[in-house]
Design a protein around this ligand. Structure first.
Ligand SMILES: Nc1ncnc2c1ncn2[C@@H]1O[C@H](COP(=O)(O)OP(=O)(O)OP(=O)(O)O)[C@@H](O)[C@H]1O
Ligand SMILES: Nc1nc2c(c(=O)[nH]1)N[C@H]1C(S)=C(S)[C@@H](COP(=O)(O)O)O[C@H]1N2
Length: 175
C-alpha cells in the first residue's frame, strides 16, 4: 500500500479563492524534495472553522490512512485561528516539542514567531504537525522538525519513511 501524507491549508481567503494557496503547495514541494520513499499527497484547503478542520483531520487520518498530516495556517491569536484547538481535539497524545522547536527556529527570522501556537499530536497511527500560514515559514519549520518525523512514525507503527540524506538528515536512534 502506498504511503499517504495529508496537507491541510486552513485559510478563509485561500478557501474562498481570494488568494492562491502557496503554503500548502510549498509543503508538497518540500516533502517531495525530502523523501525518497514513494508517497501520495492528500490535499485539502478549508476555512478557519474548527469543526471543518476536525472533520478533515479525521478524514485524512482515519479514512485516507495518512501517516503524517501537515497543516498550515490558523495558528495565531486572531479570533478565527483555531488549528491548534482542532488538532488537540482529535489527538490522543500531544507532542509539544514540535511547536517549541519551530517557534525557537522561527525567531531567527521574525520576532512575531511567538505568536504562533503551532503544535503537534498523535491520532492513532497518524502524526499531525501544524505550521504557520506564511509561505516562508514552511521550509524553515519543516527543516527543523523533519529530522525527527520518520522515527516518530516508526514508533506509532506507521510506514518506513526514507529521506534523501543530501537534502535532509533524519535521525533514528540505534536499536
Ligand atoms: N496558504 C497561504 N498561501 C499564500 N499566502 C498565505 C497563506 N496563508 C497566509 N498567507 C500569507 O500570509 C499572510 C499572513 O497570514 P494570515 O495569518 O493573515 O492568514 P491566515 O489566518 O492563515 O489566513 P486567512 O486570514 O485567510 O484565514 C497573509 O496575508 C498572506 O499574505
Ligand atoms: N517561520 C515563521 N514563523 C512565523 C511567522 C513567519 O513569518 N515565519 N509568522 C508569525 C506570525 S506573524 C503569526 S501571527 C503566527 C501565526 O500565523 P498563522 O495564523 O498564519 O498560522 O505565526 C508566526 N510564526
Amino acid at each position: 500500500m502506498s504511503i499517504k501524507i495529508g496537507i491541510i491549508t486552513s485559510s478563509d481567503r485561500a478557501a474562498a479563492n481570494v488568494y492562491e494557496d502557496i503554503s500548502g503547495k510549498e509543503i508538497i514541494r518540500t516533502l517531495t524534495e525530502y523523501l525518497l520513499s514513494p508517497w501520495e499527497p492528500v490535499y485539502r484547503v478549508v476555512p478557519d472553522e474548527q469543526d471543518r478542520l476536525e472533520e478533515t483531520l479525521i478524514e485524512l487520518c482515519d479514512r485516507e490512512g495518512c501517516c503524517l498530516v501537515v497543516t498550515t495556517g490558523g495558528t495565531g491569536p486572531a479570533l478565527r485561528d483555531v488549528t491548534p484547538e482542532a488538532t488537540e481535539a482529535v489527538c490522543q497524545k500531544m507532542m509539544p516539542g514540535f511547536g517549541e522547536l519551530m517557534r525557537q527556529v522561527s525567531l531567527q527570522y521574525v520576532p512575531t514567531a511567538i505568536l504562533s501556537r503551532q503544535t503537534a499530536g498523535i491520532r492513532n497511527q497518524s502524526l499531525i504537525v501544524n505550521l504557520p500560514g506564511k509561505p516562508s515559514a514552511i521550509r524553515q519549520c519543516l527543516d527543523a522538525v523533519f529530522p525527527a518525523i520518520p522515527y516518530c512514525i516508526d514508533l506509532i507503527e506507521g510506514p518506513y519513511l526514507e529521506a534523501n540524506p543530501a537534502v535532509i538528515k533524519v535521525f533514528r536512534p540505534k536499536k
